[in-house]
Design a protein. Sequence first.
Lengths: 174, 301
Amino acid sequence: MKILVSLFIATFFLVSDSGAQKIFATRNAKVTFSAPNDDDVTAVNNEVTSRIADNGQITFSLLIKGFKFKYAEMQDHFNDQYLESTKFPRADFKGNITNLSEVNFAKEGSYKATVSGDLTLHGVTKKVTVNGTIEVKAGKPAVNAKFTIVMSDFNVSAKSVAEKVNAEVSCQYQ
Amino acid sequence: MIIFTKRLLAIVCLILTTQMSFAQQVDLFKMQDSTNAAEGKTGLQPVVNTFYSTRLVNGHTVEITGKGSMDFRISHRFSPLNLGFYEMFGLDAASMRLGFDFGLTDNLMVGIGRTTFFKEYDGFIKYRLMHQKTGNGAPLSITWEGSWAYRNLKMDPTLKVTGGDRTVLTTQLLIARKFSDNFSFQVSPSYTHYNRLLFVSGGSTDMFAIGFLAREKVSKRISINGEYFLQTQRFTGMHDALSVGVDINTGGHVFQLHFTNTQGMNDHSAIHETSGTWGNGDIRWGFNVSRIFNLGGKKIR
């Protein structure tokens, strides 16, 4: 009987310690982008779904129509002329942290991380590598990253507006 | 007992390891795919760009000028083609309208304009009642439009024309659906009230018509448009207005080029005061240029 009890305790311990992989998620990640040479061309999407797991996987998903611009006309053109959001409603990212050994999700601190994965935008999937930071505080990670998207890589003909845009990701996971 | 416990231990360990390996297999990539698939079915998004502009040729479309934007519109209708070479097929003379439209909220806009045709001032207000949505959302966009026009042309003083006599009111209900990325169709029942019939005769002071507007996009930036207003009753010598045209959308500018048999460019004159017919060659070349200026945008965070 003693053995049985200790077995149960051991089982419990095992499960809670090394058990399931930890997943952190948010539905309110923020993605902004701006054109480097036009201050007016800037948009923000506050309803980005994102997940990160301590196995190094990280995902982002957003609706193109969720980008809010300063000017309504710009938002219309962005959706209709450039990103064709009726045809391609979503942008997706699926990546892996390449330096996972340097990130400890269980320990508070700020870690430099490199993420490499597939970015799908305007129906085109491209490999991208992004440098950012993962900050673990009170057991929850937060991610911040900045990178550049070249529009022609994704078959978006926006030469008259911006050939590339600066994108910024910031999210606090729960 | 001990043997039994050992077996139990083995079984528990086995279960435990399988559970753990299940846990390891949780894949965020697959998780994202299934979330996206589930949201794709319920996501309702308002349909944008049912038409490229707030007018198709003369008729109002369901579109509303964006909040904080001013749309400066210059419209020309040249003389009829059948005037021949001496008048350069109508290009020697033109009627013109200058207009300023303002987007006040996401669903409300107002506009003012001045036309050389009968020296008219006009103003209108337009409100979107319903916005077509993707998925299982609203199937139609519905916009209400009301306009006022004032004929300022000098008239024989013996007619004793008052300001009220010079005023014409029109209201339209614009009902449109964007059937596909390329094809949109609109029906616009319209009612016009003349306080006094001044330059027209026959008909009545209360005139009804129904407009049919259609556009087919042939490329990302170019659409072919057609517009026809069917009247229930016509003034003497007046006909229904039929127009065909092309929109070129450059982003910020919309150039609208068309052929039409009507000379007026505001509601009542375009719908009810069309003296030419296509059969006689009373066809006018015309264009609208729409230029959007951003006055004050909304704050983005």
